[in-house]
Design a protein around this ligand. Sequence first.
Ligand code: URA
Length: 242
Amino acid sequence: MRLDKALAASGYGTRSEVKTLIAKGLVSVSGKVIKDPGYRIPDDELNTVEVQGQSATIREKIYLMFNKPDGVLTAMEDKRLHNVGEFIPANLKGRKLSPVGRLDFHTTGLLILTNDGELSHRITSPNYDINKVYEVTYEGPSLTSAQKDEARQGVTLLDKDKPVKLKPAVLEFVNEKQAYLTLTEGKTHEVRRIFAQWERPVTALKRVSVGSLHLDDDLEAGGLRELTNEEIDSLKELTGLL
Ligand code: URA
């Protein structure tokens, strides 16, 4: 990892501020002063970085909570459409962040962004049974216990004309037009397709939690924040990484 990037991403200032610190000889790695901002810190020396004589905490892995707005593509770049990449602050660009799973263009809510590929894989893989909770607003008659039972047993959808039985899901009613649906797999448009099968078109879809992580009530659409160590550890525990 580049020294200037590592320091900027770890909260030591903007890229130009950390370059100044480095040029002034205030940064060392393994006890050696490094004046080249492009110096690559060996992975096993990340914990030896010092800034002004104080041990620096360099974070190699980054974990963010993002409240995805409506009308944003789950991609880090796109030539035509607004996309998640536009919301990444300058000091985190180039850190190879990716969204954990996908939300539809018109789905809002919790999207984890990270460069921890293993955690991302485990959260999205159906093999790890990680709950994803969606708040669904729908049209048509209120859902009943018949749909609750069907969800619990596993809804069968048609995939290219072939019936596919989904994993069991949990349906909870919020009011006559809203429900929470908890899924553990992430098939394309899964929630919308389940509700379409029930003849209740979805008018708004928001993901409110992924595993142990809940979307902050006060994180505005388009807002980002870093996960706390407790939140990261809890996701790692859930996925068998701790
Ligand atoms: N299911 C959907 O239909 N859309 C999403 O964005 C996520 C789950």
